[in-house]
Design a protein around this ligand. Structure first.
Ligand SMILES: Cc1cc2nc3c(=O)[nH]c(=O)nc-3n(C[C@H](O)[C@H](O)[C@H](O)COP(=O)(O)O)c2cc1C
Length: 365
C-alpha cells in the first residue's frame, strides 16, 4: 500500500516524505539513504564535502570554503550511490555570499552531467528571495531540458503569496515549531498550512516544521499538503552525519526543550543549552523592526564579528560540543523516541499514517 499524491507523482518517489535541508551541516549520506528508502533526499547548502574532516579547521577557513565545489562533489557522490531522485537547497539570503554563484553554477553543472540531470528533480530555495534561482539563465535552460522543479520555503502567508507570484512549482510551508531559522511571525505549521491551502489550493505543498510521525503525515495530507518534510526526525537517524552527541540529544528531549533565539540571520530555534540561553529570546513582531534597526546601525566589522561568532557556534556543534554549540532542533524532538534507519523511519511514518487515514475514512457514513 502506498499513498500517492501530487508530490509523489511530480518527483517519481514512492512515499510523500521529503528531507528538510540542514545547512551549514552536510547531509549527503542522509540524502542517499532517504532517496533509497523511497522518500526525497536533499543536499544542504554547505561548504563541507562528504567525508571531509572539519575537526581542525577554523571558522574563517570554513567561511572561505567554496559552497559550489562542495555541492558539485556532493551531487557526484549521490548519483554514485543511488539511482533515485534527489534535490538540493540554496539559501538565497542577502547575507549568503555564495548564493548567486550557486544559482548560476549548479544548474550549469547539472546540465552538463546526464545522470545528475536525470536524478536531480528538486531545487529548493529558502531564507531569501524566491526570484534568485529563476532569475538565473542557466536555471531557465535547465528547466527546459529537464524535469527539475523549483520550490521555495514560505514561513508566512504573505511569503507564500510572493512565491506564487514569482511562479514557483511548489511551496514548502514551514511553521514556527520547526528547527533552525524561522520567520518573526511564528505561526504554527497547521495554521499556516490551512491559510496557504485556502488561498492557493492548487499549488503543490510540502508541509514542514514539527512533523515526525504518522499522525503528523496524516494531519498534513488531510489539511491539503501533498507531502511532509522532516528535519529533526532525520537528524536522529542511523545514516545522518550529525555528531553522535547531537543525535543523542533528540530521543530523550521533550517538546518544550527548544527555544527561539535571536540569530545572525533572524530568529532561530535551538535546543535549550548554555549557548541558546545566552542569546536572548525573540519577543514579538516588533523584534523584527528592532533587529533590523540594530543591524543597520552596526559597523561592518561588528557584523563580521557577530557572523563569525554564530559560525563558531555551528562549528562547535559539528564537533559534538552540545554545551556551547548551536544545536538546531525543532519541537518535534518531543515525539521522537529512538534513532532508527531512514528506511525504518519512513516505513513507520507512512504505515501509521495509512492506518489513521483508513480509520477516519471508515467512520465516514
Ligand atoms: C540543523 C538544522 C539546519 C537547518 N538548516 C537549514 C538550511 O540550511 N536551509 C533551510 O532552508 N532550512 C534549514 N533548516 C530548517 C529545516 O529545513 C526545516 O524547516 C526544519 O528542520 C523543520 O522542522 P523539524 O526539525 O521539526 O522537522 C535547518 C534545520 C535544522 C534542524
Amino acid at each position: 500500500m502506498t499513498i500517492e499524491t501530487k508530490i509523489t507523482k511530480m518527483f517519481g518517489i514512492k512515499h510523500p516524505i521529503v528531507c528538510a535541508p540542514m545547512g551549514p551541516f552536510y547531509t549527503t549520506d542522509m540524502c542517499v539513504a532517504i532517496s533509497e528508502a523511497g522518500g526525497l533526499g536533499i543536499l544542504s547548502h554547505t561548504t563541507v564535502k562528504r567525508g571531509q574532516d572539519i575537526g581542525d579547521e577554523t571558522t574563517t577557513a570554513r567561511l572561505g570554503a567554496d559552497a559550489v565545489v562542495a555541492m558539485k562533489e556532493n551531487m557526484e557522490y549521490v548519483v554514485e550511490h543511488t539511482d533515485k531522485p534527489f534535490g538540493f537547497n540554496v539559501r538565497t539570503s542577502r547575507n549568503e555570499l555564495q548564493a548567486e554563484k550557486l544559482c548560476t553554477e549548479i544548474p550549469k553543472f547539472i546540465l552538463e552531467n546526464q545522470r545528475i540531470r536525470e536524478q536531480c528533480v528538486y531545487a529548493l530555495t529558502s531564507a531569501g528571495s524566491s526570484k534568485t534561482l529563476p532569475a538565473s539563465k542557466s536555471f531557465q535552460e535547465l528547466k527546459q531540458k529537464s524535469e527539475i522543479k523549483h520550490f521555495h520555503v514560505a514561513p508566512a502567508l504573505w511569503l507564500a503569496d510572493k512565491c506564487v507570484a514569482s511562479g514557483v512549482d511548489g511551496i514548502v510551508v514551514t511553521g514556527g515549531e520547526g528547527g533552525g531559522h524561522q520567520s518573526y511571525e511564528k505561526v504554527s505549521s497547521l495554521v499556516l498550512l490551512q491559510q496557504v491551502q485556502k488561498k492557493h489550493p492548487d499549488v503543490p505543498k510540502i508541509a514542514c516544521g514539527g512533523f515526525a510521525t504518522g499522525p503528523g503525515l496524516a494531519a498534513a495530507l488531510s489539511a491539503g499538503a501533498d507531502a511532509i518534510a522532516m528535519g529533526s526526525r532525520f537528524i536522529a537517524s542511523k545514516e545522518s552525519e550529525f555528531h553522535e552527541n547531537y543525535k543523542g540529544v533528540v530521543p530523550p528531549a521533550k517538546a518544550q526543550d527548544t527555544i527561539l533565539v535571536t540569530g545572525a540571520l533572524g530568529p532561530i530555534r535551538l535546543w535549550r543549552n548554555e549557548y541558546s540561553l545566552h542569546h536572548g529570546l525573540v519577543a514579538d513582531k516588533n523584534a523584527k523592526i528592532a533587529e533590523e534597526e540594530r543591524l543597520r546601525s552596526m559597523s561592518r566589522e561588528d557584523m563580521i564579528k557577530e557572523f563569525l561568532a554564530t559560525s563558531n557556534a555551528y562549528l562547535a556543534a559539528y564537533r559534538g560540543d552540545i554545551t556551547s554549540g548551536a544545536v538546531l532542533l525543532g519541537q518535534s524532538i518531543g515525539v521522537i523516541e529512538s534513532i532508527e534507519s531512514c528506511a525504518d523511519i519512513i516505513n513507520e511514518v507512512v504505515s501509521d499514517a495509512e492506518s489513521l487515514i483508513k480509520n477516519v475514512a471508515a467512520g465516514i457514513k
